[in-house]
Every structure is written in structure tokens, then in C-alpha cells.
Ligand binder design. Structure first.
Ligand code: DP6
Length: 324
């Protein structure tokens, strides 16, 4: 009982930053991302009668500890859905064109959800798959789809109405996203821990929620209109607001490093010179820069000379789940 699936990772333009239910992974606000064609995970799940426990290989290396537990806990949900008590060997390959730690739980859990359900004989539609992937890692529910994707927060306590929907497919709009990889990254606070601490302790959190529900309505219109400056400026402001909540947390923290700020400054300089470019940053120091295809050379040449930048990986809007 074996199946293989591929998923691309995604970058949020309107961030998911806080849970209203930790065990079901239900967010405090709807959020929106672009699926990226430059980063993917390919996962094979093989359920075998003679296995005594799940095993997990990432890029051909055997994985134990927390990462294995996360996979096994997720497979428990798949076993519960199917009614079959059978363990699996999971083989994942992260296709990331650098070794700089850009592996993502979004593509990983989305590919695991697709491959494991198919292997065990469940046939889920994309909504069901998104709901399931969400319970592995919130942002994974968006990677079921390509293009521009909204995770609708839902209202129900049981999470049945909390899943992603496609806002526009990957052919809707040819924009570019440069992932700027930094050469030195310090040990980070996971997004799970960071958002928990922020929700519990940051006095700025209420303001974040209030503004984000407006941002998501506006950015959907801007994406439909292909209004790049509006889309980029809403995304950049939303990112800055998310990161501001962490400075108000107790104890306070930030994901930014010196190079993070140099990249942000360069993006703002590019805009002053008339090149529309906007940044966004997740729960780490690396920066993603959005721009239009005709500005690629100018943007890339400015980013790659920044002190502390190791690599730049360019993506277009990518596709959703596929089975191999
Ligand atoms: C900052 O999806 O990694 O990237 O649900 O706890 O697994 P868990 O968190 P995760 O959080 C992503 C947070 C973010 C913003 C985003 O992707 O929307």
C-alpha cells in the first residue's frame, strides 16, 4: 500500500499568526499565501503489515525524535480515518536548491497528507485533504492548492469549516518571489512556540487581529485586479505588523537579524528608485521579495551584493498537490 505525492511550499502574504485551538490547529484569522514553484517536497508513504512502528527518512537520512513523532502523530489521524491499524515507512525528499535550511513544514505535511491518504486507500477531495493537512501544520493546508490561496479560518469548534480555497490559480498572474537566503542564521524560536507566546502575552495582538481581517479583504481584490503595488504594500505592512507583535511579547523576541534588515532596506531603496518590490518574512530571518518579471535583473543584482546574503532562489506561483 504505497503512494507518492509532491507539494510545493508557500509564502503567506497575509500571515497566519495565532491559534484559537491548539490541538485541532484552528487559526485566529483567515490568511492568504502564494504557492512557490521553487521549493517542493516529494513523499512516498508505504504501509506495510510487518512494521511495528512508523519510520521516517528525510533526504535518505533516518530521522528520529520530534520530527518522527510529528509524522507518526499525523499518520495516527490517517489510520483513525481509514480504520486500518498499520504502520508506514515514509520517505521524503526536499527539493530546495540550496542547503540553507529552507525546508518547510508546509510542503512536507501537505505531501504527507496526500501520499498517506492515497496509500491507505482513502479518496479525499481537496477540501478534505486541506482540512487534514491543517492538523499536521497550519500552513500546510494552503499547499494543497496552486497559485493564490486563502485559508478560511472558519467558526466551528470542530474545525470542519477551517480549510483552504484557491483564490486564483498559478496562471492568473506572473509575479516573482525571490527567497533571499542568509549565510548565518541563529537558532530560531519555532513558529508554533512564537505564535503561542505572542497570543498569550503580547498586548499588540488585538490590533493585529483587527487589522488583518481588513487586509485579507483588500488583498483579495488587489490580486483579482492584478494591482501589484497594492498587493505588495498590503503584504509588506501585514508582515511588519506580525513581527511587531513579537516585540510586545513576554519575553520579547524577534526573528530579524542584521542582514534581514539590510535586505528590507534595499527593497525600500529599490522602490524609491521606481522599481516596485516588496518584502515579506516568516518566522525566521530569511526575506522573500516580490517583484515583476521585467525587473528581475535589477532586483537580483541589488540583492545579491548585500553583505550576509548567501543565495537567491527565484520562484513563480507554483502548482498544488500532484501524485507521482
Ligand atoms: C509565520 O504552519 O509552521 O509562516 O501550524 O504550528 O505548524 P503550525 O505553524 P506553521 O506556521 C506558519 C507561520 C508563518 C505564517 C504563515 O505561513 O502564514
Amino acid at each position: 500500500m504505497k503512494a507518492t505525492a509532491r507539494a510545493h511550499t508557500n509564502i503567506a502574504l497575509i500571515k497566519y499568526w495565532g491559534k484559537r485551538n491548539e490541538s485541532l490547529i484552528l487559526p485566529t484569522n483567515s490568511n492568504l499565501s502564494v504557492t512557490l514553484d521553487g521549493f517542493s517536497t516529494e513523499t512516498t508513504v508505504d504501509f506495510q503489515e510487518d512494521l511495528k512502528a512508523d519510520t521516517f527518512f528525510l533526504n535518505k537520512q533516518v530521522i528520529e525524535g520530534d520530527a518522527l513523532r510529528k509524522v507518526a502523530v499525523f499518520l495516527d489521524k490517517v489510520r483513525a480515518l481509514s480504520g486500518k491499524k498499520i504502520y508506514a515507512q515514509v520517505d521524503s525528499l526536499n527539493h530546495v536548491p540550496t542547503a540553507a535550511g529552507f525546508a518547510s513544514s508546509a510542503s512536507g505535511l501537505a505531501a504527507l497528507a496526500a501520499a498517506s491518504t492515497k496509500a491507505i486507500g482513502l479518496s479525499l477531495d481537496n477540501t478534505e485533504l486541506s482540512r487534514l493537512a491543517r492538523q499536521g501544520s497550519g500552513s500546510a493546508c494552503r499547499s494543497i492548492y496552486g497559485g493564490f490561496v486563502e485559508w478560511q479560518m472558519g467558526e466551528r469548534e470542530d474545525g470542519l469549516d477551517s480549510y483552504a480555497v484557491q483564490v486564483a490559480d498559478e496562471s492568473h498572474w506572473d509575479i516573482r518571489i525571490a527567497a533571499v537566503v542568509l549565510s548565518k542564521t541563529m537558532k530560531k524560536i519555532s513558529s508554533r512556540e512564537g505564535m503561542r507566546r505572542t497570543v498569550e502575552t503580547s498586548p499588540f495582538y488585538a490590533g493585529w487581529i483587527e487589522q488583518t481581517s481588513k487586509d485579507i479583504q483588500e488583498i483579495k481584490q488587489a490580486i483579482a485586479d492584478k494591482d501589484f503595488e497594492k498587493t505588495g504594500s498590503i503584504a509588506e505592512a501585514n508582515c511588519l505588523r506580525m513581527h511587531a507583535t513579537t516585540l510586545g511579547a513576554n519575553p520579547p523576541f524577534t526573528y530579524w537579524q542584521d542582514t534581514t534588515m539590510r535586505v528590507m532596506q534595499t527593497v525600500q531603496d529599490l522602490r524609491e528608485q521606481g522599481i516596485p518590490a516588496y518584502f515579506t518574512i516568516d518566522a525566521g530571518p530569511n526575506v522573500k521579495v516580490m517583484y515583476l518579471p521585467e525587473d528581475e535583473n535589477k532586483v537580483k543584482s541589488r540583492l545579491q551584493v548585500i553583505e550576509g546574503v548567501e543565495d537567491i532562489i527565484i520562484s513563480k506561483p507554483g502548482s498544488g498537490i500532484s501524485y507521482l
